[in-house]
Ligand binder design. Structure first.
Ligand code: MSP
Length: 633
């Protein structure tokens, strides 16, 4: 059986238009899909829209149209955006599609028949934005931590899924499959959550309150809770239960999400699958947030950057490159147009763009405008070997979702190729006909390096890759494959070289042409100089946060259980800037020898360090993996 790859994005809510957060996830999925196709795997890539539930019903009501009309309009915006960003999804699913509705009802009935769905009563705090109930302790100052709105208190009779029954199974499954949820910090977050007893999941809404949903197959008076409906899209898209696609792709299913929806994907979904008798997915890949002005970019906070504005202004490939290069997969990133333009000018215009234009100009000049015919024996293999090494590293980076690292190693190769030109000085060799053969071989090597670069960047920047291939005379019909990099004689002698336009013209950013900006801080209130001895008195350590909880009755204190080689409790005033869940698993910097102090009755033995910025506190973390308890000098 050929190797296969299945990648999904979240299906996006249709209560507002797409922004760069959605674009990022979908572009990452596209990069993965394109990469896996390049390796010869059969690939299926699904995205779509999540259209039922309170949120959509409310948005439709505000807009004065029916939920279906509203969903049709916004779903069409998402569907139209993806081709504009060169997204190559194989399928676009809508939860209002009839095959999906049938499938949700089929699975509900199956789980109901097996006894894992029961009728009961529920009361609690409900956030419409998140479409879920919150426990009181999860709220920050009585508000939803994501939407910063007060949830409604609700009491209802409803149907429940016996999620608690699968808690131990899930814990064991995650422990046995360490990369089931990755990066590791999110696995730890899920395991931390599973330390408390898991509640059963309320999976229905009475029609007296909400009609916009899938009617339960076993009770006409209720519709399905939107998450129980939405998650099932991942198997509907494969024609579960009978489809060939399901057989082929489900065993290799990988989901891609941001950390906002970790709980439904890391807990609800695997337990739902287990109850329905379906094997768990293979990987849940979780990334961080694109922030704008230090807050998560989100429709509800109204601080979004629109993907098409950036694409129109700077070009699609530059936009894709920036998103992929600037975000370390798993961590948050702050969007800034200045950072974007800087990358465009340095990595794209200077490094890549200049390389391509130099090589093509010289090759046209020294090889009569054609790919030269050379004797491949006794050729200098420096660049070829470096390309092979780069390919192997890129493969490893894709396997563990380190896409920014893949770009770093590709750029190392680009820069090595630039240095190769400087070392070989083709312009000097070109002055002496005795060096003709050597010069021709060097030019071939450089053209072959451009071919390797084009293949390597293809998943990230498909249009640029095609432009480079065209310039070095590669036929458009040639099927690209990653393994093709291993051939050192892949270019066809005699093919015409074509000088193209500059791939990435340099850009100046001015006040007038700016889409968005970030403020910097100035250095005020500086303190008097100190001696090294003063500094050396501090025992600074790497600490790992094992647990975090809000200190009751305080509005900004969090109690943290940390590991600094020994376990300690510290109390930190960062509750306005961080939720407990996002801290667990983080490695931070702590002053370990500060005299203990009592805060709200809790003894704090140590203090964490955080930057005090205009937009709140940012806890100091480490750029690379740092061993717990290590000293900081
Ligand atoms: N409908 C649910 C998902 C159901 S999946 C079965 C949903 N939709 S959403 O429209 O809110 O999309 C959330 C997803 O959009 C995130 O998980 C992420 O993929 C993307 N992003 C939205 N805002 C984002 C950022 N600010 N930063 C990064 N990604 C973001 O949740």
């Amino acid at each position: 059986m050929p190797r296969a790859f299945y990648i999904t994005t979240p299906i996006y809510y249709v209560n507002a238009s797409p922004h760069i957060g959605h674009a990022y996830t979908t572009i990452v999925a596209d990069v993965l899909a394109r990469y896996h196709r390049l390796t010869g795997e059969e690939t299926f890539f699904v995205t779509g829209t999540d259209e039922h539930g309170d949120k959509i019903a409310e948005a439709a009501q505000k807009a004065g149209v029916t939920p279906q009309e509203y969903a049709d309009k916004i779903s069409a915006q998402f569907r139209a955006l993806w081709p504009a960003l060169s997204i190559t999804n194989d399928y676009f699913i809508r939860t209002t599609d009839s095959n999906h509705i049938d499938n949700v009802r089929y699975i509900l009935q199956k789980v109901y028949d097996s006894g894992d769905i029961y009728f009961g009563e529920y009361e609690g705090y409900y956030c419409v934005g998140c479409e879920r109930f919150y426990m009181e302790k999860e709220l920050v100052e009585g508000k939803c931590p994501d939407h910063q709105t007060k949830p409604q208190y609700r009491k209802e009779s409803n149907y429940f899924f016996r999620m608690s029954k699968y808690q131990n199974w899930l814990i064991n499954y995650i422990k046995k499959h360490p990369d089931f949820i990755r990066p590791e910090r999110y696995k730890n977050e899920v395991l931390a959550f599973l330390r408390d007893p898991l509640d059963d999941l309320c999976i229905s809404r009475p029609k007296t309150r909400l009609q916009w949903g899938i009617t339960l197959p076993f009770d006409e008076k209720y519709v399905t809770y939107v998450w129980f409906d939405a998650l099932i899209n991942y198997v509907t898209a494969l024609d579960y239960p009978q489809g060939d696609k399901f057989k082929k792709f489900w065993p290799v299913a990988q989901h891609l999400i941001a950390k906002d929806i970790l709980k439904p994907h890391g807990i609800y979904w695997p337990t739902m699958l287990k109850a329905a008798g379906i094997e768990p997915y293979q990987h849940l890949n979780v990334h961080g947030y694109w922030n704008s002005d230090q807050s998560k970019m989100s429709k509800s906070l109204g601080n979004v950057v629109r993907p098409l504005d950036l694409k129109d202004k700077y070009g699609l490939d530059a936009f894709r490159y920036f998103l992929l290069r600037d975000m370390v997969f798993g961590l948050d990133s702050s969007f800034s147009e200045e950072a974007f333009v800087q990358r465009l000018n340095s990595d794209l215009a200077n490094d890549l763009g200049n390389l391509v234009s130099r090589v093509i100009t010289m090759a046209i000049k020294y090889c009569d405008g054609k790919v030269p015919k050379i004797n491949h024996k006794k050729k200098d293999l420096t660049l070829h070997k470096a390309a092979l090494k780069t390919m192997a590293e890129v493969q490893a980076d894709f396997n563990d979702m380190s896409l920014h690292k893949a770009l770093i190693v590709i750029w190392d190769f680009i820069n090595l190729t630039n240095r190769y030109i400087v070392e070989k000085e083709p312009w000097t060799l070109g002055k002496d006909p005795a060096h003709r053969e050597e010069l021709t071989k060097i030019m071939y090597n450089l053209l072959a390096a451009l071919r390797a670069i084009a293949i390597l960047i293809f998943p990230f920047m498909p249009q640029t890759a095609q432009k480079i291939l065209k310039q070095i005379g590669v036929d458009e019909s040639e099927k690209l494959d990653l393994a093709g990099i291993s051939k050192d004689d892949a270019l066809t002698a005699g093919n015409t070289l074509i000088r193209g336009e500059s791939l990435f013209p340099r850009i100046e950013i001015t006040k007038e042409n700016k889409i968005s900006a970030e403020k910097g801080a100035t250095m005020v209130d500086s303190k008097p100089e100190i001696d090294y001895e003063d500094f050396a008195k501090l025992d600074l350590r790497v600490a790992k946060i094992l647990d975090a909880e809000i200190v009751p009755k305080s509005n900004k204190l969090l109690k943290l259980r940390i590991d600094i080689g020994e376990e300690r409790t510290i109390v930190a005033g960062i509750g306005k800037d961080y939720t407990p869940a996002e801290l667990i698993g983080k490695k931070i910097l702590v002053i370990a020898n500060l005299k203990p102090a009592k805060l709200m009755g809790i003894e704090s033995r140590g203090m964490l360090l955080a930057a005090d910025t205009d937009n709140g506190l940012t806890v100091l973390t480490f750029e690379r993996e740092a061993q717990t308890g290590a000293k900081i000098r």
